[in-house]
Design a protein around this ligand. Structure first.
Ligand code: PMP
Ligand code: GLN
Length: 388
């Protein structure tokens, strides 16, 4: 193994999904829906294949999809986006994240991340030779009703003059949605230290209880220094399609494309065509409203199941995961707990400590995914009742 990958190990999602499959556990670990994607989107893919949209797409993406993404930005945020120079289609947000690190980091460059951090960030930074600069998110306590960070710690990370910050909102695994005040501080620091922001907004449509998703790029002075990443996999419940996109100023799209052209060159044409249809129709057919209603129901059902099982839940404002406090079970090692829960109780979850640079210092939590049919959640609830 080359040194750059030698330390990577196996992702927690591969590990826990394999264990769930082997033990016949209900998989609330890896985040993916167990219900079908919407018919209007699947039919568009079938039609695109039938219409022989089956050869290489242009390197930056099919024009129709880039136009649909640009139109959505104009509609949602009132920003006119140049679809030719300011939008790039990638093979999922995963590819876009890695491309962005490869394209924007030189060896030794610092990257601020909030931890717990989605598991790809540190490996992507490392692949590009960069240095992660973690800033803690703390669980809600006392007068903090949501996960929070200490501005002093964020200032200290920026004082190391980072090249980039990766900001994930709505946040995986915590469900935190960054507030305007928090975003204003981040925007201020980016401008003060000339730092570029890579924002991972794959859960932008899944925001609950009146919380609002605000793209960092829409704050004053931020468009020019922000690349916003998204994924159709989450919004349209087709995680296996791997259609992602990046929106931002031409200079950052140019950088991203310098990596993208050698990593995958282009992304599956018929699926790009289908996601163009999805974006065009979803803005008029009520899809987003229905998506949110259904997810609200799933979230409530899983919260109830976990609370009933004696696993107190932390508040969730966005994305499709619930963090539950496992300390009352007597387990102190969340990884051991999640393995045991999978093998002995028959419900798979993800240990939160894997998302920290120092797992030993992480709070004792497990992450449960509610992108599941209500019947799946009910079946999990029955098994979790054994914890009482
Ligand atoms: N970022 C976050 C926060 C995610 O949760 C995920 C996937 N679950 C991704 C990126 C990757 O997205 P994709 O499947 O489009 O590669
Ligand atoms: N993003 C998904 C999650 O957090 C997993 C994606 C993957 O398996 N790489 O569960």
């Amino acid at each position: 193994l080359a040194r750059r990958v030698a330390g990577f190990g196996t992702t927690i999602f591969t590990e826990m999904s394999a264990l769930a499959l082997e033990r016949g556990a209900i998989n609330l670990g890896q985040g993916f829906p167990d219900f079908p994607g919407p018919s209007f989107v699947k039919e568009a893919a079938t039609a695109a294949i039938g219409a022989d949209i089956n050869q290489y797409a242009p390197m930056p993406g099919l024009p129709r999809l880039r136009q649909a993404v640009a139109a959505q930005w104009e509609c949602d945020y009132g920003r006119a986006v140049d679809w030719q120079r300011e939008v790039t289609i990638t093979s999922g947000a995963t590819e876009a994240l890695c491309d962005a690190m490869l394209a924007l980091l030189d060896p030794g460059d610092g990257v601020v991340i909030f931890e717990p951090a989605y598991d790809a960030y540190v490996p992507d930074i490392t692949l590009a030779g960069g240095t992660p600069l973690p800033v803690r998110l703390y669980p809600p306590v006392a007068d903090h009703t949501a996960w929070w960070f200490d501005p002093v710690e964020l200032h200290a990370a920026f004082a190391r003059k980072p090249t980039l910050i990766i900001l994930n909102t709505p946040h995986n695994p915590t469900g935190k949605v960054f507030t305007r005040t928090e975003l204003e501080l981040i925007a201020h620091l980016c401008q003060e230290y000339n730092t570029i922001a890579i924002t991972d907004e794959v859960y932008d449509r899944l925001v609950f209880d009146g919380a609002a998703h605000i793209p960092l790029a829409t704050l004053p002075g931020m468009w020019e220094r922000t690349l916003t990443l998204n994924s159709a996999g989450k919004t349209f419940s087709v995680t296996g399609w791997k259609i992602g996109y990046a929106v931002g100023p031409a200079h950052l799209n140019h950088a991203l494309r310098q990596a993208h052209q050698w990593v995958t060159f282009a992304t599956a044409s018929p699926l790009q065509e289908a996601i163009a249809t999805a974006l065009e129709q979803a803005s008029v057919n009520g899809y987003y409203r229905d998506l949110l209603r259904d997810y609200g129901e799933r979230r409530a059902r899983l919260e109830q199941a976990l609370e009933t099982a004696g696993l107190p839940v932390l508040p969730v404002e966005g994305a499709y995961f619930i963090s539950a406090d496992i300390s009352a079970t007597g387990w102190t090692d969340d990884r051991a707990f999640c393995r045991w829960l999978t093998t002995d109780i028959g419900v798979a979850a993800i240990p939160t400590s894997v998302f920290y640079s120092d797992p030993a210092s992480a709070p004792c939590l497990a992450r449960f995914c509610f992108a599941k049919r209500l019947e799946t959640i009910d079946a999990a609830a029955e098994r979790l009742a054994a914890l009482r």
